[in-house]
Design a protein around this ligand. Structure first.
Ligand SMILES: O=C(O)CCC(=O)C(=O)O
Length: 323
């Protein structure tokens, strides 16, 4: 499996493309099982602490956390924290490595960035709870989070629903055809604590809802504005977003978090310093490739909570916008 010429053309012209069926039901099972296990552990802990009555042990992955949310929002929020880990990129289990290295996905990514593929540091698991306003993610470009010297590079975001995603349960929306206009002004302290581009500060080219089946993949550029809104269903909208770049885009694959100090010149840094990048394919230096889940976990854990300095982009606070 790879992206066709027409799909690549759409990605280049519109800033996004959806490829159906990149992950089969069987291929999604290991990540669903792993996330289901974290939900189970966290739910049992809360139950033993008396914070949660019913933990719905017999509900399938797609329903269980939604049932818990319905009976106890605070407990459900706490469980999602356990799932997401620190900052959202904390889960580095074997099933995550399996997703990141899924061959059909990497073949599609290769058709966008070439044969050398680096797993870009920020990947996220997103359990969007039903009827929870803070679960909304405001309009932003991923480059808003990356350092400015990376704007000229392509970092591909692969957004993958683990359950069918619809307008009703809070699917992603994409603003097409504006990814060639550079990075728009973002503001900190936006909805849910995310970065935000206010909707009057970028062109409205008609936001497109990405209604997708579990296992389809939405490919986005780092300059494509996207957002997601409230989940009005009874189930959690589970998704994972993974990122990839080639070796020309700055990365931290050959350095440790201790080399990221406030004194260091920003232009020498990886695009997103707080988390570890990792080499997945390098035909010229195959010895650099991360080949197994254990190696991957060690690389990720080295950066986890290590405080690698991220200078950010100096965005203004939303409340100071018109001052
Ligand atoms: O999954 C969502 O709702 C938001 C995802 C997102 O903002 C991203 O992948 O950058």
């Amino acid at each position: 499996m790879s992206l066709t010429n027409a799909e690549r053309q759409q990605f280049n012209e519109e800033g996004y493309v959806v490829k159906s069926g990149v992950f089969s039901t069987e291929a999604l099972q290991p990540i669903q099982d792993a996330l289901g296990e974290i939900v189970d552990i966290e739910a049992r802990r809360l139950q033993s602490e008396g914070a949660l009555e019913d933990i719905y042990p017999d509900e399938p992955f797609g329903n269980r956390l939604g049932r818990i949310r319905k009976s106890n929002l605070d407990a459900a929020i706490e469980i999602t924290r356990g799932v997401m880990g620190s900052g959202g990129g904390g889960f580095s289990g074997a099933s995550m490595f399996g997703m990141l290295t899924h061959r059909p996905l990497l073949s599609c990514v290769e058709s966008l960035i070439g044969p050398t593929i680096i797993g870009a540091s920020a990947y996220r698991i997103r359990p969007k709870l039903p009827e929870w306003e803070r679960g909304e993610v405001p309009w932003h470009q991923d480059s808003g989070y990356f350092l400015p010297h990376c704007d000229k590079h392509l970092l591909v975001t692969c957004w993958i629903p683990l359950v069918d995603s619809t307008r009703h349960n809070g699917c992603l929306y994409v603003m097409p055809k504006v990814h060639r206009q550079g990075v728009y002004q973002h503001y900190t302290g936006g909805h849910g604590g995310f970065l935000e581009i206010p909707s009057d500060e970028f062109p409205d080219t008609g936001p497109i809802p990405m209604e997708m089946r579990a296992g389809d993949v939405l490919f986005l550029t780092n300059l494509t504005p996207h957002a997601s809104f409230e989940n009005h269903s009874e189930q959690v909208r589970w998704s994972v977003d993974l990122r990839y770049q080639n070796a020309e885009a700055p990365n931290n694959t050959d350095e440790g978090p201790e080399s990221y100090t406030p004194e260091r010149e920003t232009v020498t840094m990886a695009c997103y310093p707080p988390e570890a990048d990792f080499v997945l394919r390098n035909p010229d230096h195959p010895e650099q490739e991360v080949r197994n889940p254990e190696e991957f976990r060690k690389i990720r854990e080295r950066y986890q909570g290590a405080g690698a300095h991220h200078p950010g982009r100096g965005w203004t606070r939303l409340e100071d916008k018109d001052i």
